[in-house]
Ligand binder design. Sequence first.
Ligand code: CAA
Length: 383
Amino acid sequence: MDFTLSIQQKQVRRMARQFAKTELADIAKEIDEEGRFPWEVVEKMGPLNFFGMQAPRKYGGAELDTISYCLVIEEISRVCAAMGLTVAVHNSVVVYPLSRFGSDEQKAKFLPSLASGEKIGAFCLTEPNAGSDAMAIESTAISEGDSYIVNANKIFVTNGGVADTLIIFASVNPRDVKKGFSALLVERGTPGFEIGLLENNCGVRANPVSSIVLTDCRIPKTNLLGREGEGFKIAMAALDTGRIGIAAQAVGIGQAALDASLKYAKERIQFRLPIARQQAIQMMLADMGTMVEAARLLTLQAAHIRDQQGDLSGPSAMAKLFAARTASKVASMGVQIHGGYGYSKDYPIERYFRDARVTEIYEGTNEIQQIVIARELLKRGED
Ligand code: CAA
């Protein structure tokens, strides 16, 4: 497969790289330490269409291909994984399912403010008793006239603390959750809507991950995304795309860990030589570089398949599984190369190490990706 980037894709990558360098590099450490969401950066990202990368032009989006989208997420995450996550989740599991499954009225109402970055999106699937087993949700949406009365307790919601437009999954049929599994568009500020406690997470700390609680929240039936009972398929289709974005985020973190380790290895003198001259260090660097490159290729392949409208579940799960493991492994090797300094907050490698770990968990753990991959392989049979 030929992955020569087009002129336009190279321009998009250059723009994202430049933006991350000028707007994020100086504050990435500080916003991680403070757990602060950088609104000042979001305001600058809006006009550049970071929040509408794949939304239709008609609604203010840029209609970028998925490869360009991945290049942007990689470049942002290479400097600040938390903002990479904000942009990836907003685009892939909110803007995308809304663009694909939304009615014309819903698109006209919700997409322009999401695409411009005026409003931030969030995807609310996980609950205390429904993590990997997404079908086990207990949230309900009971029909009452032209509304649903929604009661939901959602946890670990990426962007939760700042989101205005949220996709909430709840069942319209509590006796048969699967049959009633539905997706609803919910706006912050609706009576009964509450942002719960922010998580004090180990990594990607500038992203305001929170719980979201809906108590007897009246949501108009016009906010139903797709049809009643279609919610699980919408969630899974969104995650098929979302996982490519997380893979790109993981590639960015892995690349950052490699960059920092190369720099350190050339500067650090031990035994009267830069440690980069020691074969033990060179071998680690070689493995790190190879893994990052392989993760990037799998990610771009999944992106390419999506652009060709191919079957995405297997390729996106493979990309996420491999890229997430790579980010964790490469960041851990980077800490090892840095020795005692790698464990100190004075060097960025410890942040990459913390940020990498969650890519193996959110949008489906490694083990969930393995289930998806194995099912696809078995389905494919022997041809
Ligand atoms: N696309 C469309 N439909 C799909 C699908 C897909 N990728 N995957 C499954 N479906 C359909 C199936 O065809 C099936 O349809 P029928 O009933 O008509 O046959 C239906 O959905 C149920 O499928 P399964 O029987 O495979 O369902 P399951 O209960 O065995 O679960 C699973 C499958 C893959 C394990 C799924 O539960 C899963 O992905 N779990 C992980 C959830 C996850 O990733 N959570 C992360 C949440 S978001 C987050 O992390 C944070 C954030 O803020 C973004």
